[in-house]
Design a protein around this ligand. Sequence first.
Ligand SMILES: [Zn+2]
Length: 398
Amino acid sequence: MTTIRLYHIDAYCRRFEATIVEALEYAGRPAVRLDATAFYPTSGGQPHDVGTLNGVAVEDVLERDGDILHVLASALAPGPVSGEVDWARRVDHMQQHTGQHILSQAFDRTLGAETVSFHLGGEASTIDLDVPALDRDAVARVEDEANAIVMADVPVTVDAYDHAALSGVALRRVPEVDGPVRVVRIGDYDACACGGTHVRATGEVGAIHVRRWERRRGQVRVEFLCGWRALHDHRRQSILLQEATALLSVGNPDLPEAIARLAASEAEARRQVQALQRRVLDSELARWRSAGQPVGAWRLVHGALEGLDAPAMRYLAQHLIEEPGTVVLFAVREPSPQLCFARSQDVPLDAARLLREAASGFGGRGGGQPHMAQGGGVAADDLSAVLDAAVARVQAAA
Ligand SMILES: [Zn+2]
């Protein structure tokens, strides 16, 4: 015996009496079959209902072999049962689903864009349209038409047809199922075969809002919100806009221009900072070039750099070793202690090995190439000692 689908007889049935005809397990969870149910199972792009059976939470509802399974929080035995559908969730689904019928017809009539698929999501819903692109003006026309149908409060009716009798019915989409087909009509605006749940008049859908769209494999995916979702989204967007305009002290229409100005001035400030940094580094470079001390045939440049970071230290070392016969032993303290040892191509010294040997006694580590190595892990108070140890090794090797 297949379950009688009360939601098809009356989509507004939220409390019902029925009988549990079978108690079973589904994927390790307790489940029941009823002789009749108002719980809608996940199908046709519409998610399942939730609610209670004799006070036990119904967590999932699904179709299996043409029958309906209710997955429960805890087991129930066969016998009489009182069911209650979570009405806020169902109303939301009926708003989104009926809104989708209207919106799909509006896209079809206004742009000749056919709906290929529909998905009702937890936050927003989507339809995929068989058009390569959409523009803002076209979407606005479609949105206006759809909302005109809402405001006309057109009746939504459902009729069941034998498959054979369907040939005489003009449908937006022809169903792929066998057996009786439910045709959902929105006045004479739209007719569509659909097994979902719908409101009884378009006024109950509330506002229909297309939030965004994107190209997707030669089609366009349109994201939309209906009813309470559209209102709540509008409220959130208004708060965001208020916060953004207050931060920038501008009115709503001036917001894009204010953000563009801010981005331009930020880019200019960054350019100026970079130019100043370059000037600081060039003057540091000149200072360190003249600070080299002779060690054998080499010139040794060493010290802790004040107020410079690791990238600046690398920049200085790279340029100092362009001069033949140069050995560089540098350290920085901020934001964390770092070392950089380097030497010119003509100096037969392994900078990576030198760094390992000088720093290892202080918990340091690092690596690199024979001409340039970097490391860290040394405490700020030990940097001078590490540099002294490295200087001693360079003097011994010179
Ligand atoms: Zn439908």
